[in-house]
Write a protein that binds this ligand. Sequence first.
Ligand SMILES: NC(=O)c1ccc[n+]([C@@H]2O[C@H](COP(=O)([O-])OP(=O)(O)OC[C@H]3O[C@@H](n4cnc5c(N)ncnc54)[C@H](O)[C@@H]3O)[C@@H](O)[C@H]2O)c1
Length: 339
Amino acid sequence: MKMLVTGGAGFIGSNFIRYILTKYPSYAVINYDKLTYAGNLENLRDIENHPNYSFVKGDILNTELLNHVMKGVDVVVHFAAETHVDRSIMGADAFVQTNVIGTFSVMEAARQNNVKRFHHISTDEVFGSLGAEGHFHEETPYDPRSPYSASKAASDHLVRAYYHTHGLPITISNCANNYGPNMFPEKLIPLFVTNLIEGKKVPLYGDGLNIRDWIHVEDHNRAVDMIIHAGKVGQTYCLGAMEEKTNREITDLILQKMGFGEEMIEYVEDRKGHDRRYAIRPYKAMVELGWKPQITFDQGIEQTINWYRDNPEWWKRVRSGEYQDYYKKQYGEKQGMTI
Ligand SMILES: NC(=O)c1ccc[n+]([C@@H]2O[C@H](COP(=O)([O-])OP(=O)(O)OC[C@H]3O[C@@H](n4cnc5c(N)ncnc54)[C@H](O)[C@@H]3O)[C@@H](O)[C@H]2O)c1
């Protein structure tokens, strides 16, 4: 099996590659990544010498390079994206380019090279915002409200269109908020944990009562593995661990586990258009694939806090851009470099 993973140097993609090569050491895995501020080969340092792993530095907008790399590939798992909602509010250009046009470009290359499966990684944010009741599921109408979620929604529609129009063998997963090791420290959990390690306050948006449904990255990746191997072509699977929490609850839990009190909370102006509540009903994946989350939020958050405590070099260097400078020096701006 030859697998192409786009965005494999990012948070979820790097955890996915490690998971796949550990479970299926005979699979050949190509990591295709542009190494934006969020992509970091340091995330895969422990497996970079695996005989079946290779890295290609490339932009998903580079159709020529993609076509070249796609030769002989059986399965594409498409993680590459611009992912931070706050950045999409400040400027949506890169989100439209990478998430919409980039997805089109990866799918075209997959179609031209007759891949057997194109799995598209998406988010529950495409469904919009819930009130106090109800859950997102596979039939929920799309109602994206941030430039990030709108760009992901557009990409989901394109992927489905390629299935209906061209018969591209696709699957899609719409997943809840992930957390775990190697998450860029601009997102809520790693930002709060690293701030507290440094004795700084944690900035909590608005009234802190926005609700997200949290899933450990390993549970997400196990589900993607099951979808690739046993999911039905043309289908969408909603993934979540049924761990709804307000941002305030998460903050309190992190503060308590790290030995701080609520004096460390700094309430800041709410995010523009901040969706109030996300919650996923993942029954289809549970019934059809036999998947179920295995890591409770309490266990997962403790493991994640410990990981950031044990790896201060990683997040300090990621935050300062030191790794990016290092890889830029090593590979320059040229695409197609492989290691
Ligand atoms: N993080 C979450 O909670 C979450 C939840 C649901 C779905 N998702 C989806 O999962 C995927 C991965 O998310 P993540 O949190 O790991 O993101 P991330 O920001 O940590 O990583 C994104 C990766 O994509 C790469 N990339 C960006 N633009 C590229 C381009 N033009 N060409 C090639 N590579 C490019 C980056 O270098 C980086 O390695 C995304 O599609 C995201 O929408 C994330």
